[in-house]
Design a protein. Structure first.
Length: 283
């Protein structure tokens, strides 16, 4: 019995009619693409093999959540054709480069500032061990990872009016903290620390700052080469300034700083961000 195809032609024509009607409207105003949400991108980076059939397939993963990205190296372990389910422990170091220039490195698992969209060469020197025992392999793996999430605009910044300290002298440095986004609130905490054992002393008359306590209670000893400052009225168009004195002796010391601040998400536990502040050198 022959098959009738007329209904199919009618349905196809009916389907094409509304499509033809809406096509010009779509062409006139294309919908804006939705912003890319943070995600994890993994790719197989290499296989480590042992002399007795041990094998570990190692992947490299990059979390593209701005403003930081995390690097991990999960592995799958086995020995020969065994069906034993092995848990794998991966440790080691990682490095991320773009066009031959290193943009981040550290220990696994680790994180760095998200460098923005692009193709990156990710490598890791790893040791993979299994549980139960049986796999213990070392080696280097690498892969190219294409990151597409846009780099988030900076919401805060820290600048200084001087960046060099002098031996056998006291240098007063003005830190300026800015908030350029209406997101979050006016709270921020700037911490700075020099090198222990150099005799560096960090001090200020600003009541918003304090040298942190060290030792067990009721110890009153404070860390002379470190200072913590808390500001609470940081607003767009209203930066906060801190005048800090650094007394350097015969030994030089660099000073690094970090700014911590809240980002909006209500009472979510992990809503804070950390920003690397200026590094002061010494001559």
């Amino acid at each position: 019995m022959p098959t009738r195809s007329t209904p199919l032609r009618i349905l196809a024509g009916a389907a094409l009619l509304p499509l033809a009607l809406v096509t010009p409207a779509c062409a006139q105003s294309a919908a804006a693409p939705a912003p890319e949400t943070p995600a994890t991108l993994c790719t197989l980076a290499g296989t480590l093999r042992g002399a007795h059939g041990e094998q570990a397939d190692v992947s490299l993963c990059a979390d593209t959540g701005s403003p930081r990205f995390n690097i991990t190296a999960p592995a799958t372990c086995r020995i020969g054709r065994t069906r034993v389910r092995y848990a794998c422990r991966t440790e080691g170091t990682w490095k991320v480069a773009r066009s031959g220039k290193t943009v981040g490195s550290g220990n696994l698992p680790g994180s760095g500032l998200y460098p923005g969209p692009g193709t990156y060469d990710v490598s890791a020197t790893v040791r993979v061990r299994s549980a139960p025992a049986g796999v213990d392999l070392k080696g280097t793996v690498s892969a190219a990872v294409a990151l597409t999430a846009p780099k988030a605009k900076a919401t805060h910044s820290v600048t200084v009016d001087k960046s060099v300290l002098r031996r056998n002298a006291t240098t007063t440095v003005t830190y300026t903290i800015r908030r350029d986004s209406t997101d979050g609130d006016g709270n921020a905490r700037l911490g700075m620390i020099g090198q222990a054992g150099t005799g560096l002393q960090i001090s200020t008359a600003d009541k918003r700052c304090v040298n942190p306590l060290v030792g067990r209670y009721p110890s009153k000893t404070r860390l002379a080469h470190s200072l913590d400052c808390t500001v609470t009225e940081l607003q767009p168009g209203h930066p906060e300034t801190l005048k800090v004195s650094f007394t350097v002796g015969a030994k030089c010391s660099t000073v690094v700083s970090k700014l911590g601040y809240w980002v909006p998400k209500g009472q979510d536990m992990f809503t804070g961000n950390m920003l690397a502040g200026p590094t002061l050198t010494c001559r």
